[in-house]
Write a protein that binds this ligand. Structure first.
Ligand code: AOF
Ligand code: ZN
Length: 374
């Protein structure tokens, strides 16, 4: 294995940091960052993939270089968090650009598993005599793009279960029988937590609620409190209880109408505003359809208790994000039961506070970084 120098680790960390700035905007593309360093260890260019369809990180880093420093390029080292692409997508291949420039060295965190790239970018650059070293901070880079890697490997989106509960484990102070349609949700958490939740929503491509939540809470399922992209909304309603005039079925503020999943619709060709799924097919089949019909690389399951519990019971989930409010409600709608075995995310914090609320994040015990790689 290549022994990574302290400089390599430093600049790749910086590239990962930059990549993360695209996290709310690039999906279903991966987050990618790039840092260009002179032989004197000066960062002369840096960039990241800012939003879906936009320039790739390498191009942005290249274009950021001061013309007076361009002569340093032939001896430069490029740090990229994902293998430079070799395909003509929405933009020309980054590997072509790098081959024209011919820097001394390119350091890559992890290969791009996209079948149109898949090692060809690396091969192309090596053919041109460029030194290419792969694997610097590869675990961190794989984790950062877990949604992208997971979907390419498993053909289903990364599933995040999310809910908020009181200290004594209730999601709603009302019991199930007191929760009548259109009565609205009862917030367990405060305003600061809402901002964080909206950032979580913007981080995932889709958001799904069950029929009860749609009927009772009438949630908007958007990211109105933060700057970011609205997720595509889904209502899981096998028995078709949600009426077609439900507010979620209209577009608002540029957000697409929610997609209705029930067991009585006909399957058509995408894009679809409704499609068919029956609980006896299992949640894995549902998730595979979310990927084939809508190219979803991740989905946030926002409730309610029954829908969340069914994902837990079928063991089809990857990450849990749970809010805990210090209140003691004594009664109400019980929250889902956390599985006994849970694992902490490999990088970054697994809990934190927003105002009076604590968030906790855990991942499925079967998870490993290797499990994400092809
Ligand atoms: C890179 N640098 O910054 C990114 C890469 O549709 P396009 O043209 O934007 O291509 C998207 C694919 O390119 C994406 O699925 C992944 O394989 C790669 N992303 N590659 O060299 C970047 N974002
Ligand atoms: Zn590219």
């Amino acid at each position: 294995m290549t022994p990574w120098s302290p400089h390599d680790l430093r600049y790749m960390k910086r590239a990962l940091e930059l990549a993360a700035r695209g996290s709310l905007f690039v999906r279903p593309n991966p987050q990618v960052g790039c840092v260009i360093v002179s032989p004197q260890n000066e960062i002369i260019g840096s960039g990241w993939h800012r939003s879906f369809g936009d320039r790739h990180a390498e191009v942005e880093a290249f274009e950021s270089i001061d013309p007076l420093k361009q002569h340093l390029l032939s001896k430069s080292t490029w740090y990229v968090t994902l293998e430079p692409c070799s395909h003509h997508g929405k933009t020309p291949p980054c590997a072509d650009l790098i081959c024209q420039i011919k820097p001394a060295r390119v350091v890559i965190a992890v290969e791009d598993p996209n079948p149109s790239v898949d090692g060809q970018g690396i091969h192309q650059m090596r053919e041109q005599g460029i030194q290419v070293d792969v694997g610097c901070l590869s675990d961190e880079a794989t984790w950062q793009n877990r949604r992208f890697f997971h979907t390419l490997k498993y053909k289903r989106p990364w599933v995040v279960l999310k809910w908020a509960e009181s200290m004594d484990g209730f999601m709603d102070p009302r019991k199930a029988e007191d929760r009548i349609p259109k009565s609205g949700g009862r917030a367990i958490t405060g305003q600061e937590a809402r901002l964080v939740t909206h950032r979580w929503r913007a981080s995932e491509m889709g958001i799904l609620v069950g029929a009860n939540t749609a009927l009772i809470d009438e949630p908007q399922l958007n990211v109105r409190h933060v700057d970011g992209r609205n997720p595509l909304r889904f209502i899981l309603d096998p028995n078709r209880r949600v009426p077609t005039n439900h507010p979620l079925f209209s577009s608002s503020d540029g957000q697409e109408p929610a997609i209705h999943i029930s067991s009585t619709h006909e399957i058509g060709s995408p894009p679809l505003s409704s499609w068919n799924w029956h609980p006896k097919e299992g949640l894995t089949a549902l998730l595979e359809r979310l990927n084939t019909h809508h190219q979803l690389d991740s989905i946030l399951i926002e409730g309610g208790a029954f829908t969340l519990q069914s994902f837990l019971d079928e063991d089809v989930w990857d990450e849990i994000k749970r809010w805990k409010n210090p209140s003691i409600l004594g009664k109400g709608l019980a929250s889902p039961t956390l599985p006994e075995e849970l694992t902490q995310p490999p990088f970054g914090p697994n809990h934190g506070f927003a105002g009076n609320d604590e968030w906790q994040q855990c991942i499925h015990p079967r998870f490993s970084i290797d499990h994400l790689r092809l």
